[in-house]
Design a protein around this ligand. Structure first.
Ligand SMILES: Nc1nc2c(ncn2[C@@H]2O[C@H](COP(=O)(O)OP(=O)(O)O)[C@@H](O)[C@H]2O)c(=O)[nH]1
Ligand SMILES: [Mg+2]
Length: 429
C-alpha cells in the first residue's frame, strides 16, 4: 500500500514537505506532475510543476524520488517540497489519494522503515526522541542511538552473557558434578561486570529523561519568604505577583526556563501556613501536591521543613537584610540577585548528579523497563552462582535476561510493542 502525509507542521510556512512511500509511490506522482521524468530505476531531484485534474498548474515544487531499498522507509519514496500553503498541501494529498495512496498513520513512515529492517526498535525510538526532546543534550542522546549507540552496547552485554551460558552449558553436558575449576569464577566476573553496566544504564536514564522532557522544580516556603520574587528573578520576568501581604500567591504559577541547557518547569506556590481562608487553604494543599511530584523542591527560609525521599535544598533568602540562624545549603537575596547565579548551579547539580559512567543512553521507558528486567535476572543468576545451587536455574536466569535485552533492539516484535512505540510519533514521520 502506498501512503501519503505532510511531514512538516500544519499551517502556513515557507516550505512544506509531503511524503509518499510505497511500491507505487513514483507511479503515483505522475498523475499530478507535469511532464514527469521520474522512474522506478533512478533517483532524481527536480523542480516540477504540479497540476490538478484540469492540467492547471497549482504550484512549483522540488520533487525528490528515492528508489527502493535506498530510502528512509526502504520502499520507493517521494518527497515533494512545495510552498507552505495548507491549500497546496491538501491538494497534493488529495491528488495522491485519488491516484491510489492512503493517508499515513502517525509514525507510519518510521514503522515501515523498521519493518523493512532499515532501523531496529531502539533506533526508531531515537527518531521520536530527536523530534520531541526539549534540549539539545536530549537530541544528541537520540542521535547517538539513531546511529546504533544503544544497540551496540546491548549487543556487547548480550554477547558476554551468551558466552557465559555457552560455557556453562558445555560443562553441564560433560559432567554435572565436575565443573571446570575456573569456570564459575570467570562466569561470576562477567556477571558482575554486566550488573555494573546495567546499573549504570538505569542511573543515566533518569537524567536523560530530564534532558528530553524537562525537570519540575517547585519553590516552597512560608508566606513572604520571597518565593515569587525568586521565581520572577529566575524566569527574568515579573510573572508572579510580589507583595508584602501574606497569602498573595494562591495558584501554582509555572514557567519554562533553562539552566545549563537543562529544561526546567519552575513552579511558584502559595506560602505554607495554616489559614482560615478557603481559597488560600486549597492553594497550600496544592503546594504540597506539587512538591511531592517534583524532581526538586527549593525550600525557602524554612530549615525545619523536609521532604524525605524527594530531592530538596534549603535556601536562605533576604541575605541583604538578615543572617541565617541555621545552616542552609545556600544563602541568597532574590531581591538584589546576590548569589542567584550560584543557586542555579546548586539546582543543576542537585538534578544532574550522575556523572556518566557509561555512554549508553536509554531514551524510553520501554528500554528502561527492559534493562530493569534484565538486571533482575542477572542478579538472580549471581545469587545462584554464589550458592552454587543449580547451574540449570542459573542458565535459565541468564537466558531470561538475554530475552529482555533482545526486546530493546528486536528486529521483529509483537504488535502491541510496535503500536506503543510508534503511536508517539507525529503523522508524516
Ligand atoms: N530585602 C529583601 N526583601 C525581599 C527579598 N525577597 C523578597 N523580598 C520582599 O519580601 C516580600 C514578599 O515577597 P514575595 O516574593 O511576595 O514572597 P512570597 O510570599 O514568598 O511569594 C516582598 O515585599 C518582597 O519585595 C530579598 O531577597 N530581600
Ligand atoms: Mg508569592
Amino acid at each position: 500500500m502506498t501512503i501519503v502525509a505532510c511531514s512538516t507542521p500544519p499551517g502556513t510556512s515557507g516550505v512544506a514537505v509531503v511524503r509518499i512511500s510505497g511500491k507505487d509511490a513514483i507511479k503515483n506522482i505522475s498523475s499530478f506532475i507535469k511532464d514527469s521524468a521520474f522512474n522506478e530505476k533512478t533517483p532524481l531531484s527536480k523542480v516540477c510543476f504540479l497540476v490538478d485534474k484540469d492540467g492547471e498548474v497549482f504550484d512549483e515544487a522540488i520533487v525528490t524520488s528515492y528508489v527502493s531499498p535506498n530510502s528512509y522507509t526502504g520502499e520507493n519514496l517521494v518527497e515533494i517540497s512545495c510552498h507552505g500553503n495548507p491549500k497546496i498541501v491538501s491538494k497534493i494529498i488529495d491528488l495522491s489519494i485519488d491516484a491510489g495512496s492512503r493517508l499515513a498513520e502517525a509514525g507510519e513512515f518510521t514503522k515501515t522503515a523498521f519493518l523493512n529492517g532499515k532501523l531496529d526498535l531502539s533506533e526508531a525510538e531515537a527518531v521520536a526522541s530527536i523530534i520531541h526532546s526539549l534540549s539539545l543534550t536530549g537530541v544528541k542522546a537520540g542521535v547517538k542511538n539513531l546511529r546504533g549507540g544503544l544497540s551496540k552496547e546491548i549487543y556487547s552485554i548480550k554477547s558476554s552473557l551468551i558466552s557465559v551460558v555457552a560455557s556453562l552449558e558445555f560443562d553441564l553436558d560433560i559432567s554435572e558434578e565436575d565443573l571446570q575449576p575456573n569456570l564459575l569464577k570467570n562466569s561470576e566476573k562477567t556477571i558482575l561486570q554486566t550488573i555494573k553496566k546495567l546499573d549504570d544504564c538505569i542511573l543515566s536514564f533518569e537524567e536523560t529523561k530530564m534532558f528530553q522532557s524537562g525537570a519540575s522544580v517547585v519553590i516552597l516556603g512560608p508566606p513572604n519568604a520571597g518565593k515569587s520574587t525568586l521565581f520572577n528573578h529566575l524566569v527574568n520576568k515579573n510573572q508572579s505577583i510580589v507583595t508584602d501581604v501574606e497569602g498573595t500567591t494562591r495558584d501554582v504559577i509555572e514557567k519554562n526556563i533553562y539552566i545549563n541547557g537543562l529544561p526546567i518547569l519552575l513552579k511558584d506556590t502559595a506560602g505554607i501556613r495554616a489559614s482560615n481562608d478557603g481559597v488560600e487553604k486549597i492553594g497550600v494543599e496544592r503546594s504540597f501536591v506539587e512538591a511531592k511530584n517534583a524532581d526538586l523542591v527549593i525550600i525557602l527560609n524554612d530549615r525545619d521543613l523536609s521532604f524525605g525521599d524527594i530531592k530538596h535544598i534549603h535556601v536562605f533568602n533576604k541575605s541583604d537584610v538578615k543572617r541565617p540562624d541555621k545552616k542552609y545549603d545556600i544563602s541568597i537575596s532574590a531581591k538584589t540577585g546576590n548569589n542567584v547565579k550560584e543557586l542555579k548551579e546548586v539546582i543543576y547539580n542537585s538534578l544532574i548528579n550522575y556523572k556518566g559512567q557509561t555512554d549508553t543512553l536509554l531514551i524510553s521507558k520501554r528500554q528502561y523497563n527492559a534493562i530493569k528486567g534484565a538486571l533482575k535476572h542477572v542478579k538472580n543468576a549471581h545469587s545462584l552462582l554464589l550458592t552454587e545451587d543449580s547451574i540449570e536455574l542459573l542458565v535459565e536466569d541468564i537466558n531470561r535476561s538475554i530475552s529482555f535485552l533482545d526486546s530493546i533492539t528486536e528486529k521483529t516484535t509483537k504488535d502491541d510493542v510496535l503500536d506503543a512505540v510508534f503511536s508517539s510519533f507525529c503523522v508524516g514521520k
